[in-house]
Design a protein around this ligand. Structure first.
Ligand code: NCD
Ligand code: ZN
Ligand code: ZN
Length: 355
């Protein structure tokens, strides 16, 4: 196969990944995580703050950035976190991060925000940077109220159901600065798959019924982003009784979306919007010159053992994807080719917001 048989897309952006570094590098680190990004066609990833030691101080953020610097092979940016007790740190870090992430439901990391702090945090975070929320059906309405009161740009992560999406659609309709993301696991797996997957299907928000999933697909035009929510855990951890929530996703997102293109449920420009223009707009992230991926549109069977992520398992095991990345070029330099990452550790760029 020559390059001319392949489809050229701009490098993809994943605004929601957990690379676990520092603190849980047995699950993933900045090297393995950004290798997985390249293998999945993502030239840019933005890393969440729910590390073993959460990223709620400038000191912790600086340590994380230092760890990333030596390892990354894709461009990498960061978010800050808050439980409401670190508002004085916001001004110190706001030029280093793309946004603030708040967890309003129980999820991995045990990093649950007391709702009574929400508005105070909203008012303290700089207006020119988004707040991203993990807000399931019970709290997304409250978040929309706070957005209305503050006017603060807000991204609702991993929308999984009608009850989560409807308040977001309403808020958008009334002109509030709200965006929404969906994950490939909520688009392509349901609670029927949960039974088959057992602990490996455990994720927050949980996998939902086929009719909830259909609602997401019906409203995809009003969704801004597909985010992998790459949340690697070892298979041993998944099986040993603690079963942390989350599943790896960086290397299966584009292949699964290309399967939807094959099946006539999506078109390539949808992928460019949901994994490119959409996240870039939220992050205020300009395009990089000469940064692109070459994609082969051909069926293949997804296999966890072939993935670059340390996790080496996938909830999409055995499913037939519609294509994969053959080459990744970042700023004119080949970073991934013939199934191999050729970029050197540290060759990725540490991203800072433009404003
Ligand atoms: C994520 C993780 O493992 O960090 N888990 C998950 O189930 N999605 C946390 C999160 O995004 O909620
Ligand atoms: Zn979450
Ligand atoms: Zn997440």
């Amino acid at each position: 196969m020559t390059d001319s048989d392949l489809i050229k897309l701009r490098g993809l952006v994943d605004l929601h990944v957990h690379l676990r570094d520092p603190g849980q590098t047995h699950k993933e680190n900045f090297f393995t995580g950004t290798r997985a990004a390249l293998a999945g066609g993502f030239t840019t990833v933005i890393d969440m703050p729910n590390n073993a030691r959460p990223i709620t101080t400038k000191v912790a953020l600086d340590q994380k950035i230092k760890s990333a610097e030596r390892q990354i092979v894709a461009d990498t940016g960061f978010y800050f976190g808050s439980l409401g007790d670190n508002l004085e740190e916001f001004v110190k870090v706001s030029d280093q991060v793309f946004g603030l992430k708040l967890y309003l439901n129980v999820t991995t990391g045990g990093y649950l925000l007391d709702k009574s702090y929400l508005e105070k945090i909203y008012r303290a975070w700089p207006m020119n940077k988004p707040i991203l929320v993990h807000a399931e059906a019970d709290v997304v309405g409250l978040v929309m109220q706070v957005v209305e009161a503050t006017g603060h740009p807000t991204h609702v992560c991993h929308i999984s159901s009608r009850a989560e999406l409807e308040p977001v659609l309403l808020a958008k309709k009334s002109g509030l600065p709200v965006t929404g993301g969906v994950t490939p696991h909520h688009l392509f797996l349901t609670d029927t798959d949960s039974q088959r997957l057992g602990v490996f299907g455990g994720v927050k928000p949980s996998l939902k019924s086929a009719s909830e999933q259909a609602f997401l697909w019906e409203h995809l035009d009003d969704i801004d982003v597909v985010e992998s929510d790459h949340a690697p855990h070892t298979s041993q951890e998944k099986e040993d009784g603690s079963a942390p929530y989350g599943m790896p996703g960086l290397e299966t997102t584009l292949p699964m979306l290309l399967g939807a293109v094959r099946d006539g449920r999506l078109e390539l420009p949808d992928i460019e919007r949901l994994c490119g223009a959409g996240p870039r707009k939220i992050l205020g992230l300009p395009e990089e010159d000469d940064t692109y991926i070459l994609v082969e549109q051909a069926d293949f069977t997804i296999s966890g053992s072939k993935l670059m992520t340390k996790a080496k398992w996938t909830p999409f095991e055995g499913m037939t994807a519609g294509g994969r990345v053959r080459k990744v070029v970042i700023r004119g330099t080949t970073a991934f080719e013939n199934g191999e990452v050729v970029a050197k550790p540290g060759s990725g760029r540490l991203l800072r917001p433009v404003t």
